[in-house]
Design a protein around this ligand. Structure first.
Ligand SMILES: *[C@@H]1O[C@H](CO)[C@@H](O)[C@H](O)[C@H]1NC(C)=O
Ligand SMILES: *[C@@H]1O[C@H](CO)[C@@H](O)[C@H](O)[C@H]1NC(C)=O
Length: 247
């Protein structure tokens, strides 16, 4: 067998295994009713979570394959709304939570965006007078994020807007990590159900990728056999290529 075909088969297998492990980017939008969950992946991690509104104070688990993007366009439920991120894969991740600011506008006093680590010794408060923040990691395995608007601000407001990416720092993650259970927040009674959904998503991912690979491989083998059994085609091609040299 042609070594190129073997190489391709190996590549396909790699893609099939890696496809369901793609990084999940979960968007959490602050709106007037709470926190809205949205998984932008074509195969969402938890179907039932899509566009669902969660109460303020909710905890989310950070894993090597899951990051969160926090959004708000001038809305906060009940003037002050917080949410917490907890690194759940402590074996493969560092004991820290990282934040990368992408959009930040605070045009008035009376609006505060606050990050506080679990030891309460690292705090970053963003306001109209301090809008500077670099990408940084807070020590400890959990981080609290709070948005506070005082009575002088009428909601919804055009005076603030933000987008922060929150992720765990997990160097050299083992590939089987997605198999581990993911216990988001207090919904522990539903953990088994969620796990089943997650496994189903992964199996679907492998099957889909596998099917694509098989179709591609068959196509490749046919093409290969066709050209090998038609020396005419090869010769004609060859003579065409070399013709200019003979002149
Ligand atoms: C907040 O999000 C929920 C879910 O998407 C939606 O039903 C509700 O209308 C939203 N509120 C605003 C003000 O957009
Ligand atoms: C906060 O406390 C933790 C644990 O005691 C420590 O590792 C970290 O360096 C401290 N951070 C600061 C800025 O002192």
């Amino acid at each position: 067998m042609d070594p190129r075909i073997l190489l391709l088969a190996a590549l396909c297998l790699g893609v099939a295994i890696a496809a369901p492990m793609a990084m999940r980017d979960i968007q959490i939008t602050f709106n007037n009713s709470g926190l809205v969950w949205r998984d932008s992946n074509k195969m969402p991690l938890y179907e039932r979570y899509q566009d669902r509104v969660w109460g303020c104070g909710r905890m989310w688990s950070l894993t090597p394959w899951k990051k969160f993007t926090l959004f708000s366009e001038g809305q906060v439920a009940s003037r002050s709304c917080g949410t917490e991120f907890v690194v759940s894969e402590t074996g493969s991740c560092m004991n820290k939570v990282c934040v990368s600011p992408e959009i930040l506008h605070i045009d008035k006093n009376g609006i505060e965006i606050k990050f506080e680590n679990m030891y309460k010794n690292e705090t970053k408060t963003l306001s109209h007078s301090d809008m500077t923040m670099q990408t940084r990691c807070f020590s400890g395995k959990s981080l609290m994020f709070t948005v506070i608007t005082d009575r002088t601000i009428t909601l919804p407001s055009n005076d603030f807007r933000f987008k922060f990416v929150v992720y765990a720092d997990c160097p050299g993650v083992p590939k089987d990590v997605i198999m581990e259970s993911d216990k988001d927040s207090e919904e522990l009674s539903k953990a088994a159900e969620l796990e089943a959904a997650q496994t189903m998503n992964m199996i679907l991912g492998i099957v889909t990728a596998g099917c694509f690979c098989v179709v591609f491989l068959i196509f490749l083998v046919i093409t290969y056999c066709y050209f090998r059994n038609n020396p005419d085609l090869k010769r004609r091609h060859h003579s065409e290529e070399t013709r200019p040299l003979r002149k």
